[in-house]
Design a protein. Structure first.
Length: 663
């Protein structure tokens, strides 16, 4: 015979009956933070239930980086044991949230009391039960609250002896219910078993337009090296196109040992300037400025002039060295040595980068190396830089980035880190989880309607959207894809519009992009002929065939369209022609609704029927509505879900349509 189970009074008092599970948003069991923007609200969902039929209450607990204690927001039942709550994000930095739930004894009693009274039952004993609940709360309360609760308990006891139905008025008091709950026995509350984190970033982390430019190529005379002062003269051109961020490749001294010549030749000429990513020379390393670009004062002057025009300067962080970097001489232990005693240079077989030495993050001196690399970021923060594009982060340990980014953002929560990791999807996602604010994507290689739809549905309509912020680049100094090589001007136009409307953040490498530079170094290569990575290029930014005016117009549309300034409400609309793609973005309140249609064929006119998901625009299936093409200023009236489009790439391969109900 089994021994009886003995339940002590302590066990009963600490029994937590409420279950909290399936909380959203939550990344990998709470291991990583979600990402949000300053000023947004966080909506939290959870399954909350208990045995029996008692009423439940739940609270969303949250606190910001400067809050001493938890703040509470009441949660509400929405359906089938699913509860929701929300709270605002008013401070940059790391926030925490969790969920608390409990049995609402008073509400459970109040509801049952009314049911019994409505059924004509004697409720005198039940009123006394309520008096006990209220008195227990009074015993836990203090001051005026305790007196009010005690007085109410006495009133209930008196009602039980006289007219029990008079207790119904007291039982229905919402103020009394709140007061009893505030003084409940919190030892039996259930609390979610994890505290979850949020990284709150500035608005530019959500919505921004980047322009990449080599400062040494800001010239009007091909016989000399561009300077920061020359870049000042280019700022009006960049800001005038509507860009927010000017990103500069590495601005540091460039090594001479194993320097690469034009088109990546291994036998450079004396006048060859080398790759900016081969960082370090006798003049200095990662905390120095290439002498031909100017001085630190010149750089700060450039920053100041940029800010006057609404531009932020972003710098490249490339944790690697040329063979001439002082680190190689002074800290040989930070690098890998080959069996022949030479330092291991960077490789991506069969490619060799003899002018670049990667760090050995697994050396016995890793801690010292990590601290030094962090000091590089902090140095440029001290110079006023708050945005960094990070070169090849996937070739460095995950743990390093998690540590560095958390350490930096603890003191500088406004800093933005863009991850340049063209690698496997799970690696890209992991880097985003570890703290990178934005991430490059596979957009440059997604050219068909099916590819774009599948990829951007994953980025915007799954859990990925909680931590991965895409930044779309149709080209970079490393990427000139076949579509741009073969498609001519229409290909550049369609990729511009796709990048600028699919993504709230996008960038171009210019002036190569607006001048539709499309010459590869050889057939089948994505490298540019005469790449700026290895030489100075003089660009005719006043070329009348430039895409400058179109870029300006598209960026203006983005700035005037709140729907295009976020990603989570991106939705695709079916078409009967796979050479066309249609998608929409709307604001939460539908005050701004944008439908974009793009011809993906840069050579031929394409037409087809768009099956508009009218419910995305809060329209009826047979309703008429106006679509205003923001690119051409032409207006059309569409009817219902099925509408015809035709796009000639030689004229304009896209519509950007603002949708408005008629009347």
């Amino acid at each position: 015979m089994n021994a009886p189970i003995i339940v002590t009074e302590r066990c009963v008092r600490t029994l937590r009956r409420v279950v909290i599970e399936h909380l959203e948003p939550e990344i990998d069991g709470g291991k990583f933070p979600i990402k949000r923007i300053l000023g947004e609200r966080v909506r939290v969902l959870a399954d909350i239930y208990a045995d029996g039929h008692d009423a439940l209450r739940a609270a969303l607990l949250h606190r910001g980086p400067h809050d001493v204690g938890w703040l509470e927001e009441e949660m509400h039942l929405i359906e089938n044991d699913r509860w929701e709550g929300s709270f605002p994000l008013e401070v940059l930095g790391r926030h925490l949230y969790t969920v608390l739930a409990w049995i609402d004894e008073f509400q459970s009693w109040s509801v049952d009391l009314k049911k019994r009274a409505d059924a004509g039952q004697d409720i005198s004993v039940d009123v006394l039960v309520g008096a006990g609940i209220v008195q227990a709360a009074a015993d836990r309360a203090s001051g005026a609250d305790s007196k009010l609760l005690s007085d109410t308990s006495r009133q209930l006891r008196e009602a039980a002896k006289g007219d029990p139905t008079s207790a119904l008025r007291i039982a229905q008091s919402p103020d009394l219910g709140r007061l009893v709950n505030q003084n409940r026995d919190v030892t039996v509350d259930s609390r979610y078993d994890r505290e979850l984190a949020i990284t709150v970033d500035p608005e530019k982390a959500r919505f921004s337009a980047w322009y990449e430019m080599f400062p040494r190529s800001c010239i009007t005379d091909p016989r000399r090296h561009g300077t920061f002062r020359d870049c000042v003269d280019r700022l009006g051109y960049i800001a005038g196109m509507g860009f927010d961020i000017l990103y500069l490749p590495p601005i540091h001294p460039i090594g001479r040992t194993e320097r690469k010549g034009r088109n990546n030749f291994t036998s450079p000429m004396p006048e060859d300037v080398g790759s900016p990513w081969a960082i370090g020379a006798k003049e200095g390393g990662h905390k120095a400025i290439h002498a031909e670009l100017g001085t630190l004062d010149d750089f700060k002057f450039l920053q100041g002039k940029a800010r006057e025009l609404g531009l932020d300067i972003a710098l490249d962080i490339a944790f690697q060295c040329s063979p001439d970097h002082a680190y190689v001489r002074q800290h040989r232990e930070w690098f890998r040595e080959r069996p022949d005693g030479t330092v291991q240079y960077a490789e991506n077989p069969p490619k060799k980068y003899q002018d670049i030495y990667p760090f050995n993050f697994e050396s016995e001196n890793a801690q010292e190396l990590w601290e030094e690399l962090k000091s590089i970021v902090l140095y440029w923060i001290d110079q006023g830089v708050r945005i960094f594009r990070v070169d090849n982060p996937h070739t460095k340990p995950f743990a390093f980035w998690e540590w560095l980014i958390a350490d930096v953002k603890r003191d500088y929560p406004e800093v933005i880190f863009l991850s340049e990791a063209f690698t496997r999807p799970k690696v890209m996602y992991r880097l985003a989880k570890l703290g990178f604010t934005q991430s490059y994507t596979y957009f440059a290689w997604k050219n068909s309607s099916w590819e774009l739809t599948q990829y951007f549905t994953e980025l915007t309509q799954t859990e990925v959207s909680e931590y991965f912020r895409p930044n779309l680049w149709p080209n970079t100094p490393d990427i000139l894809n076949a579509y741009l090589q073969k498609g001519g001007r229409p290909a550049f136009v369609s990729r511009l519009i796709l990048a600028a409307t699919l993504g709230a953040s996008y960038g171009i490498y210019g002036p190569a992009f607006e001048l539709f530079e499309n010459r590869p170094v050889r057939e089948g290569s994505e490298e540019y002929l005469d790449s700026e990575k290895y030489q100075i290029r003089m660009w005719d930014i006043n070329n009348p065939n430039s895409l400058r005016d179109l870029i300006t117009h598209v960026n203006g549309i983005r700035r005037s369209s709140p729907a295009l300034q976020a990603d989570k409400r991106l939705r695709f609309h079916p078409l009967d022609n796979p050479q066309l793609i249609a998608y929409s973005k709307t604001t939460d309140d539908s005050s701004d609704m944008i439908l974009t249609v793009v011809n993906l064929d840069p050579h031929n006119t394409q037409s087809g029927w768009v099956n508009v998901r009218v419910e995305e625009f809060r329209l009826g299936s047979q309703e008429s509505y106006q679509v205003h093409d923001l690119l051409t200023d032409v207006r059309y009236v569409w009817h219902g879900s099925r509408n015809y489009v035709q796009l000639d790439p030689s004229i304009l391969p896209a519509h950007i349509l603002r949708v408005r109900p008629i009347g």
